[in-house]
Design a protein around this ligand. Structure first.
Ligand SMILES: *[C@@H]1O[C@H](CO)[C@@H](O)[C@H](O)[C@H]1NC(C)=O
Ligand SMILES: *[C@@H]1O[C@H](CO)[C@@H](O)[C@H](O)[C@H]1NC(C)=O
Ligand SMILES: *[C@@H]1O[C@H](CO)[C@@H](O)[C@H](O)[C@H]1NC(C)=O
Length: 221
């Protein structure tokens, strides 16, 4: 699994370099872009306090805008409850799932913005190399985008790869929240689309209107 992710990353880096040459030749600013389907590891850090909020595997379906995030204790010494979320951005709802005791909550999502897709309205800032700009194996070419989420008054800055529009990291802040999301071990496909199916014990629940959005949810884990 890990070796496969690395292989996928290096193939993607080659593709990225080719696309870069093409886009420089055209000398247009890059257009807003859309993530591919992805499976990977999402890590969330709170910058005020420096703690890792959550880390875990996710699956993202870019066609139907569905995200499943399953927290794991891989970088944490977290023995209590691990979060499991199914977020349906088009419907504006998310499910807080507990497979162990088969309980579930259905809550509203205030905003479509999240860290695994460039939000609508993101404005391109600059194209730059992370790492060395002269040694080819020692760098990665990224686009930096900025914008705000109207519903939460949050500001964000996102870096995406040039080739495939893979979001690498997202910095998000409001008056009370400062979070850094980082996306690693990405494979650009979803091999288990069944993770997006609603567990039977989540069906027919009443929607709780809790004024949550993707970012505030990860701030409170
Ligand atoms: C994890 O936390 C528990 C209790 O908080 C502690 O007893 C244990 O030593 C910790 N384990 C590690 C590997 O830090
Ligand atoms: C199921 O787990 C949740 C979260 O840990 C807890 O709040 C709830 O009380 C549990 N329900 C049952 C029936 O054990
Ligand atoms: C993404 O994955 C879903 C299955 O979850 C599939 O239906 C869809 O066609 C895929 N989209 C792309 C662009 O590959």
């Amino acid at each position: 699994m890990q070796a496969f992710a690395v292989a996928a990353l290096s193939i993607w880096l080659c593709l990225g370099a080719t696309t870069l040459a093409e886009s420089l030749a055209q000398s247009h600013g890059p257009q807003h872009c859309t993530s591919p389907n992805m499976t990977g590891v999402l890590t969330v850090m709170a910058l005020n306090g420096g703690e890792i909020k959550a880390t875990g595997h996710y699956h993202y379906d870019t066609t139907d805008k569905k995200l499943r995030f399953t927290e794991s204790d891989m970088h944490l010494n977290k023995s209590e409850h691990l979060e499991d979320y199914l977020m349906l951005f088009e419907e504006g709802v998310f499910y807080d799932i507990d497979l162990k005791n088969q309980s579930c909550r259905k809550m509203s999502l205030q905003s479509h913005a999240h860290a695994l897709e460039l939000p609508a309205g993101a404005v391109h800032q600059v194209e730059l190399f992370l790492g060395s700009d002269t040694v080819q194996e020692e760098n990665i070419k990224v686009n930096i985008w900025m914008g705000s989420v109207p519903e939460t008054k949050g500001q964000y800055s996102v870096s995406t790869t040039v080739g495939d529009c893979l979001p690498l990291s997202t910095f998000y802040s409001t008056d009370s929240i400062t979070l850094l999301f980082s996306n690693s071990q990405v494979v650009t496909e979803v091999k288990e689309p069944e993770v997006f199916s609603l567990p039977s014990f989540c069906e027919g629940l009443e929607l709780e209107d809790t004024h949550n959005d993707f970012f505030s949810i990860f701030n409170t884990v």
